[in-house]
Write a protein of this length. Structure first.
Length: 318
C-alpha cells in the first residue's frame, strides 16, 4: 500500500455517510415521483419488502447498485416525512423573513420611493414653505406699509400741484378707499387706487394744445343723427392733443354714444352748428385751417380750457 492509500481510505470513510444520505434522499424522491409504487402495495413488512424490490429493480435498470440498508432508510424516511419540506405557519417573523429573502426585487423600488419622498418633503420644507412664507410676509408689509405710504405720497403731490379743488377732493376719496382695501387685504383694490391716483397726478402735469385735425385722409369735422333723436343733428370737430414737443398724445376719452372710455389720439368734440360751419368755411377757403387751436391744457388743471364754444360731448368712432 502506498503512502496515499490511507488518505484515500480516510477520505472515502468521511464521504460515505454523506453519500448514503444523498442516496436515501434520492430514494425518497423516486418514491414521490412514482406514487403508484406506494399506493398499490400492501401494508406493513410486506409493503416494505415489495417497495424495496421495486426500488432495487429501478436502480438496477439505471446501473446503480444500492444496498438494502439505504433502500430501507429511504422507505423509512418517506414514512417519517424526513425529507419533506413543511412550510412555516404564517407569522410576523415569517413575513419579515420572506421580505428579506425577496429584498432584491422590492428594495430598489422602495429606495427610489423613499428618495422621491425625501426630495419632495425636503423641497417643500426647505424651499417651497420658506418661499411662500417670504411671499406672504412681503404682501403683508406691502399692504400694511408700502402701499398706504405710496397713496399718501401721491395724494400729497396732487394736493400741492393742483390748481382746482376737484383734483384734491377726488384724490382724497381715492386714497381713503385704497387704504381701506389695503387694511382688508384687498391687494387688487389697493393697486387700483394707486393707479387712479397716479392717473390724476399725470393728468395734472400734462400740457398740450387741442388742435383741429387737418391732414389728408382725416376729416376735420362731421355730423350725425343721434339714435335717441333722429330728428336732431350733432356736429363734431375732430381734434388732437399736441404737447410742447409737437408730439400727439393719446388720451382717455369718454364716448357719449356708448358710454365707454377709449384711449385715442384723435376724437370728435361736439360743438354748435355755427362753430362747425366756421371751421368748415375756414378749411374750404384755402385748404388750411388758420384758427385751428380750440383749447389749452395747462399744468395743474384736469381739463383743457376751450377757446371755442363746446357742448360737452365727445365720440371716439365715426
Amino acid at each position: 500500500m502506498s503512502a496515499t492509500e490511507p488518505m484515500s481510505a480516510a477520505t472515502t470513510a468521511d464521504k460515505a455517510p454523506l453519500d448514503d444520505v444523498m442516496l436515501a434522499m434520492d430514494v425518497v424522491d423516486t418514491l414521490r415521483h412514482n406514487q403508484d409504487l406506494v399506493a398499490r402495495e400492501l401494508a406493513g413488512e410486506a409493503r416494505e419488502k415489495q417497495l424495496i424490490e421495486r426500488l432495487r429493480t429501478i436502480y438496477h435498470q439505471q446501473g446503480i447498485e444500492v444496498t438494502d440498508a439505504i433502500l430501507k432508510q429511504g422507505v423509512a424516511a418517506l414514512e417519517e416525512s424526513r425529507f419533506v419540506y413543511t412550510p412555516p405557519k404564517p407569522s410576523l417573523g415569517v413575513s419579515f423573513a420572506r421580505l428579506y429573502v425577496a429584498r432584491k426585487r422590492w428594495l430598489p423600488a422602495a429606495f427610489a420611493l423613499f428618495l422621491m419622498l425625501a426630495i419632495g418633503l425636503g423641497g417643500y420644507f426647505l424651499v417651497w414653505a420658506p418661499y411662500r412664507a417670504a411671499q406672504q410676509e412681503q404682501v403683508r408689509v406691502e399692504l400694511a406699509e408700502q402701499m398706504p405710504a405710496q397713496m399718501d405720497a401721491l395724494y400729497q403731490t396732487i394736493f400741492e400741484e393742483t390748481k382746482v379743488t376737484q383734483a384734491a377732493d377726488d384724490a382724497a376719496l381715492i386714497r381713503d378707499r385704497g387704504k381701506r382695501a389695503a387694511a382688508e387685504g384687498d391687494r387688487a383694490g389697493a393697486t387700483q387706487a394707486i393707479a387712479d391716483l397716479t392717473s390724476i397726478r399725470d393728468t395734472l402735469r400734462q400740457e398740450y394744445q387741442l388742435r383741429v385735425v387737418s391732414r389728408d385722409g382725416v376729416k376735420s369735422g362731421f355730423w350725425t343723427f343721434p339714435e335717441v333723436n333722429t330728428e336732431a343733428t350733432n356736429y363734431y370737430v375732430v381734434v388732437e392733443a399736441i404737447d410742447s414737443h409737437g408730439v400727439a398724445l393719446k388720451l382717455p376719452i369718454l364716448n357719449e354714444e356708448n358710454n365707454q372710455t377709449e384711449t385715442v389720439d384723435i376724437w370728435g368734440i361736439r360743438v354748435p352748428e355755427s362753430v362747425y360751419r366756421a371751421v368748415e368755411a375756414d378749411k374750404r377757403d384755402d385748404g388750411i385751417i388758420q384758427r385751428n387751436i380750440v383749447g389749452l391744457k395747462e399744468f395743474g388743471y384736469l381739463d383743457p380750457s376751450y377757446l371755442i364754444q363746446v357742448l360737452g360731448g365727445a365720440v371716439t368712432r365715426w
